[in-house]
Design a protein around this ligand. Sequence first.
Ligand code: CP
Ligand code: NVA
Length: 298
Amino acid sequence: MKHLLNIESLDAMEIARILERTVEMKHIRGPHPGAPLDGECWVIMFSKSSTRTRLSFEVGIRELGGQPIFLAANDIQLGRGEPIRDTARVMGRMAQGAVIRTYAQGDVEEFAVLSGIRTINALTDHEHPCQILSDLFTIREKRGTLDNLTVTFIGDGDCNVARSWIWAAARCGFALRIASPARFQPPAGLLRAAGGDVTVTTDVLAASDGANVLYTDVWISMGKEDEAAFRIAQFGGYQINRAAVDAAGGTPLVMHCLPAYRGKEITDEIFEANAQTIFDQAENRLHTQKAILTLLGK
Ligand code: CP
Ligand code: NVA
């Protein structure tokens, strides 16, 4: 595994290896013995906002002995129209790795090929692989196992986070239910290509029935702000609330990738009642990404 571009291209063994390495990383914490990224500069190039992903990569690269260099896309020539293929060929000659957050999945893939350096997808419109790998770690940490697992995703079933969940379910063999309005369900072609035990419905309570994990994400992903009014109208009710938690049997793991918009995809009451899990989930981004950073082949 030279790059981490999506969950789609991982197999079950690679996912298991990342989760095992994450256990070690969380156990060690802080500066890593042996400094595995010693002498390396890693570019963190983001075209979209970020709190968790940026901070966890900056801290993680430092803890592993490397130097992170944050570049906001709008501060570099990329933001003035320099093509990604030229940006990649420059960075490949100066840095040893790249962490990229952008819109088109194809840009991250092109960067990986043309730069020749280890490349990590830190979120595209297509997938958010670091998030879902970290979430699998959190679920296993809290439940002890990923066996006999049913995850219910409530919200935008066609967003990057939902798509990564679909591939994770297919690769790891757990049940995934997606509750989304008809206009925001994952495309049939994606579901066919991924396979696995994935069901899609408009019924939040039916999807929540007996679930081990209730998971949600924002209704308005970055880049979709011009659809805000339409989305708010469509997504009303696609929320983790008391009724969904009760339908799940009262004690599901409630997870949110953050940032959260209370009163929209989750109620304040349910968010705060599950804050320990949700912020453990956020912290685990650091440990999982340190695992990924040390597993990519040079
Ligand atoms: N969950 C997540 O990726 O958060 P940020 O957008 O803050 O990085
Ligand atoms: N689907 C969200 C995830 C944020 C971490 C977005 O793309 O904005």
